[in-house]
Write a protein that binds this ligand. Structure first.
Ligand SMILES: [Zn+2]
Length: 393
């Protein structure tokens, strides 16, 4: 069975931050900035060259520091310098690159995570620190996952350890694909048995609610610390609620796709510059939401052994799934094919086309028996409608 790797990042908030950690943050920043300067002045974009040219000197200067900090600092410096160069080419960066953040990259020599005892052991120039972290419910699921890189990050809310976990999963050969059409307020699924399911999400209401709230705060409270804090608080709440919604939604979608073994989403990575795309995206999900929701669906599907494919999104909601002809509006959200007379809700059309494209991509010939013919009617409608609500929090 073919296997795939799933990678997820989990956050661990540290309970206390010993003084030695301050030194580590500032020393590390110093080293990264030294390396960035070296890369910038000598135009070094290779990790190996940067390490070769600087390692001995840094080792002498920071002899107490575990040597792997220098390796990870080289990795960070290279990626910062490269992104600086990219931005400079587009005229979006001036001067020279500087690293101001409080971030330390860690590899497996520098930290050891103990999920059961909720501690992380960190190698430092002052020996090993044993740091406790606050447990979160979702940490549980990473028990048997492989631990990869990590980042120690200081924010105004405290110090966090962000760890990348990975897991190999076996993905079956799909029998068929469930086509998933994501919209701002609903998700429509075309099931291979000819049924259509629509899940109402109320995402727009949530967004509008928080938008109004932000406006109110901006009107009533003077610009300053308190206003910033309030805006930040409600921004966080909005993200939490949407996150909660996306997880519930993804669970439902994967549940419906599980018995078919395949799930199809639109690939929206390639066409961001197209004008048609932005017109088509009107009233659909914001790009941030779209990516976020898609990535949650993708990893939850893989965890259940469901194959995920991404199909070309062009014209999924404007071409007839039966004959390929052009569809015309025919009443509220209804589209009709002038060529063959097929008529359906536009969400039905979208999800159906997505599932058909997945079959073609997979090399399966499209079954001649379409859902329309099965039901013996000219109009295809949704069979099930689910309501989904985010929890408040
Ligand atoms: Zn048609």
């Amino acid at each position: 069975m073919p296997s795939e790797t799933i990678k997820l990042t989990a956050k661990f908030k540290l309970k206390e931050t010993p003084e030695g950690l301050d030194d580590l943050f500032s020393t590390y920043r110093e080293i990264v900035n030294f390396l960035i300067t070296h890369a910038f002045e000598n135009n070094v974009t290779s990790f190996y060259r940067l390490k070769k040219e600087t390692y001995k000197g840094l080792r002498r200067e920071y002899s107490e520091l575990p040597s792997h900090y220098i390796y990870t600092a080289c990795q960070m410096a290279i990626s910062i310098f490269k992104s600086f160069r990219k931005r400079k080419k587009k005229d979006k960066a001036k001067g020279r690159p500087v690293f101001k953040k409080e971030v330390i990259m860690l590899d497996d020599h520098l930290f050891k995570l103990d999920l059961e005892n909720r501690t992380v052991k960190l190698s430092t120039s002052q020996g090993r620190f044993s740091l406790e972290f606050y447990p979160a419910k979702y940490h549980e699921k990473f028990k048997d996952w492989k631990i990869g890189q990590a980042w120690l990050v200081r924010t105004p809310k405290g110090v966090f350890l962000n760890v990348v976990f990975s897991k190999e999963v076996e993905v079956k050969e799909p029998d068929a694909f469930v086509g998933v059409d994501l919209n701002e307020n609903n998700v429509t699924l075309a099931l291979p048995n000819g049924e259509f399911v629509q899940i109402t999400t109320h995402e727009r209401e949530i967004r509008t609610g928080y938008f109004v709230k932000r406006r109110k705060i901006q009107r009533k409270i003077r610009a300053g610390k308190r206003r910033r804090e309030l805006l930040e608080k409600y921004g966080q709440r909005e993200r939490n609620r949407l996150n909660d919604l996306y997880h519930k939604l993804a669970n439902k979608i994967v549940e419906l796709a599980e018995k078919y073994g395949g799930l199809a989403l639109e690939d929206l990575t390639e066409i961001r510059d197209s004008i048609r795309y932005s017109a088509e995206m009107n009233g659909r999900l914001h790009r941030w939401s779209f990516r976020k929701l898609q990535s949650i669906i993708e990893y939850k599907a893989k965890l259940k052994g469901v194959r995920v494919v991404f199909v070309n999104p062009a014209h999924t909601s404007s071409l007839c799934p039966v004959c390929g002809g052009k569809l015309s509006p025919n009443g509220h959200r209804v589209l009709k094919c002038l060529n063959c007379g097929f008529e359906a809700d536009r969400d039905v059309v979208g999800s159906w086309n997505i599932s058909l494209r997945a079959l073609k991509m997979w090399g399966v010939s499209v079954p001649p028996e379409s859902p329309t013919m099965k039901k013996g009617v000219g109009k295809v409608s949704r069979n099930d409608v689910y309501e989904l609500h985010a929890s408040y929090g």
